[in-house]
Write a protein that binds this ligand. Structure first.
Ligand code: N01
Length: 550
């Protein structure tokens, strides 16, 4: 199908499509593949210059995924998983981006994307029962369906510190890192932010820079990654067993293969607890996170584990004051996303690496020369922001998404994101989100979630085609029921007790609260499967015929 509309004016004619897809991360790429298999007429858009999503943008030194590479990869294609070989247990950004490119080439996906293109608005046209989509290139599209594969972490957030524009040195943002190599040699470098991103930068740049000043407000808990190269024997074994590995991932709470421990903390004796913590700490990776079953419910157990990690910091960091400042306190361990590091704490033993404890010495402003705190001005050649994202809701709220009766997404989400299953919203017919704000989202493997969500969306589209249906949207009652589940589960976990992007507290003026589904990916999948298997009773559909007759 091609053009119609406005032949005479300057406004370009809208191209008619079945589906518009926004985003070329792992969700958008798989959507393109899936919809092409289904024979749909679609167009995909991406603001970046190529595929990869967050891995396209986040090229900062040390960027690495802390899910195992064999898990953090597509399961839908036997060819892809047999042909691609991971080199490390935890892959670094260049390898993950190379993987995204490999998939795009192998499946010939790139031709379906318009890159360097921002979708500016998606507005529901009630009369035509279509989404009207415009881009910053002045193009217009009309699509039956919209799939927003915009990702939970795609809108970077600068710190709320005055004077950023005054800085005369080089300002770098981790989430929009330049494509050319940056030399830190002999430079005075400042870094603001000590979440997963900041931690990865410290351990890398700390070893390169003339001097590194780490401006830390809230210390994070971080665990040893103990990364290793994958041997050919291990790779061969994995490739033989991918079918089982993917099946296990789809049935696991985190969407990856990790043993699920049922042992509560206080069910074993104190010396055994200590031994288990030591063993899992030495094992590395996410083993420590899964040492006991009740760490996110039992505050006393959580505090004991937090104490164990604090004792490890003390063992490693030579300077007592620095060690003390690095010890996280005042929130449960794992309530901020745990990081996996490689000699992060050891970096602070270098004479050139300095921790600036912003809880004692607040940042006042950014100046021409560097950063001014309450007690001094620190002169810098390079200043890096690793200050996180307007996460989960930021991407959709950043453009003009307008549903039925002029309902804006910003208004619908005024009190926080709401949806049915994180996939669809009442009042926004035929619009889907992948890895949405009310699904397991950032709490599980995002590739597993994205594949699942695209498959589920494809199921709805097939159902509508088969039954000659024009629109779908969840019923108000279904949205309410889902959000009740999400909120009830949120009260049972200690995750709600920290100020993080998970709870929206990192962005001024954003509604606070844990809106992700904390019941685990496997349970989420059960809910989604049931919503389809029960004949989509939680959705309202409009038949194609009815409107024709009216
Ligand atoms: O962002 P964050 P991130 N003055 O929001 C600080 C994924 N990820 O980019 O907590 C001083 O966690 C802020 O301090 P505070 C992963 O899901 C994965 O690091 O507000 N500091 C905090 O320390 C992760 O959770 C991987 O007190 C200021 C930091 O900036 C998510 O991305 C790697 C400040 C922001 O931390 C986001 O992580 C990297 C100010 N004015 C990222 N404003 C892996 O897979 C903010 N901060 C390994």
């Amino acid at each position: 199908m091609t053009t119609e509309n406005s032949a005479q004016s300057n406004t370009p004619a809208a191209k008619r499509l079945d589906v518009v897809i926004v985003g070329a991360g792992f969700g958008g790429m798989y959507a393109v593949y899936k919809f092409r298999q289904m024979g749909l007429n679609f167009q995909a858009f991406e603001l970046g210059g190529d595929v990869g999503g967050v891995w396209y943008w986040n090229r900062y030194p040390g960027a690495r995924c802390d899910l195992m590479s064999v898990d953090y990869s597509y399961g839908f294609s036997e060819e892809i998983q047999q042909e691609w070989t991971w080199s490390e247990q935890f892959a670094a950004q260049p390898e993950i981006l190379a993987y995204a490119n490999f998939v795009a080439d192998r499946l010939d996906l790139r031709k379906h994307f318009k890159f360097n293109t921002r979708v500016e608005s998606a507005i529901w046209n009630e009369e035509k029962r279509l989404w009207e989509v415009t881009t910053d290139k002045g193009e217009r599209f009309e699509a039956t369906y919209c799939v927003m594969a915009t990702g939970p972490l795609s809108v970077p957030k600068d710190p709320e510190i005055p004077g950023i524009e005054k800085f005369k040195g080089r300002l770098l943002r981790a989430q929009k890192w330049p494509h050319e190599p940056i030399s830190f040699e002999g430079k005075r470098v400042g870094l603001i932010g000590t979440g997963s991103t900041g931690i990865q930068i410290v351990q890398e740049v700390g070893r390169q820079a003339g001097e590194l000043f780490v401006f830390q407000r809230t210390p994070s808990f971080t665990l040893p990654m103990r990364n290793n190269k994958l041997t050919p024997e291990y790779v061969a074994e994995v490739k033989r067993n991918y079918k089982g590995i993917r099946e296990a991932a789809r049935n696991s709470p985190n969407g990856g293969v990790r043993p699920v421990i049922t042992r509560p903390f206080f069910s074993v004796m104190e010396h055994q607890r200590k031994q288990i913590l030591e063993d899992t700490w030495n094992q590395g990776g996410l083993a420590f996170l899964g040492a006991f079953s009740d760490l996110m419910q039992n505050e006393e157990a959580n505090e004991a584990v937090a104490d164990f990690v604090r004792s490890k910091i003390e063992e490693v960091v030579n300077d007592k004051e620095t060690a003390e400042a690095l010890k996280p306190r005042g929130y449960p361990i794992f309530a901020r996303r745990p990081c996996l590091d490689t000699e992060y704490y050891e970096t602070y033993n270098l004479p050139t690496v300095h921790l600036v404890n912003c809880l004692k010495e607040q940042i006042v402003e950014i100046t021409e020369k560097g950063v001014r705190t309450e007690s001094r001005e620190i002169e810098l050649d390079i200043l890096i922001f690793a200050t996180g994202y307007d996460a989960l809701t930021g991407a959709l709220r950043a453009f003009n998404v307008v549903g039925r009766n002029g309902l804006k997404i910003q208004d619908y989400w005024k009190e926080g994101p709401q949806s049915f299953l994180g996939l669809m919203m009442e009042g926004f017919p035929n619009l889907f989100t992948t890895a949405g704000a009310n699904g397991p989202s950032a709490l599980a493997n995002l590739i597993t979630i994205n594949e699942h969500d695209v498959d589920w969306i494809a199921g709805v589209i097939e159902h509508m085609k088969k039954n000659d249906l024009a629109t779908v949207e969840p019923k108000k009652s279904a949205v309410k029921r889902w959000m009740d589940i999400v909120h009830a589960l949120a009260t049972r976990t200690l995750v709600s007790k920290a100020k993080t992007w998970w709870t929206g507290t990192n962005v001024q003026g954003k509604p606070h609260g844990l809106t992700m589904f904390t019941g685990g990916f496997n349970k989420y999948r059960e809910h989604c499967t049931a919503a389809a298997d029960n004949g989509y009773v939680d959705f309202s559909f409009e038949p194609r015929e009815e409107r024709k007759a009216a």
